[in-house]
Ligand binder design. Sequence first.
Ligand SMILES: O=c1ccn([C@H]2C[C@H](O)[C@@H](CO)O2)c(=O)[nH]1
Ligand SMILES: [Zn+2]
Length: 135
Amino acid sequence: MDQQTLLSHAKDAWNNAYVPYSKFRVGAAVLTKSGKVYKGCNIENAAYPVTCCAERVAIFKAISEGEKEFQHIAVVADTERPVPPCGSCRQVLSEFCEPTMEIQIANLKGDTKTMTMEELLPFSFTPQDLADGQK
Ligand SMILES: O=c1ccn([C@H]2C[C@H](O)[C@@H](CO)O2)c(=O)[nH]1
Ligand SMILES: [Zn+2]
């Protein structure tokens, strides 16, 4: 599946965003190495911090269905520049995505930017760091 097709899945999910508080819609779609697509939208809550971002909804849906290997993710919002994933999502993505995996961010105007996981979150805290510190 090409990046454009995955982005169209992210746009589908964008329509389902539950955003009564921010009115800021985000859609995401992850492609597994086995070729399946899992979509996510942001889901807000009256208790604001309970909100979950689109990227994490998509990846958590995939993980909960037994998927562990990903080849690509696309994220879209109606922003001026391609939407930058928040820090929490970058950390979650880094747990499951190889440093060289490509992440495509986009806006509804059609601007896109593709970067690797490592570019999105350099010098990240990894499971290896955790293991090294458990003495
Ligand atoms: O990359 C991002 C940035 C923000 N949000 C959501 C969280 C919240 O619902 C709204 C405003 O922060 O956008 C995402 O889903 N992904
Ligand atoms: Zn986020």
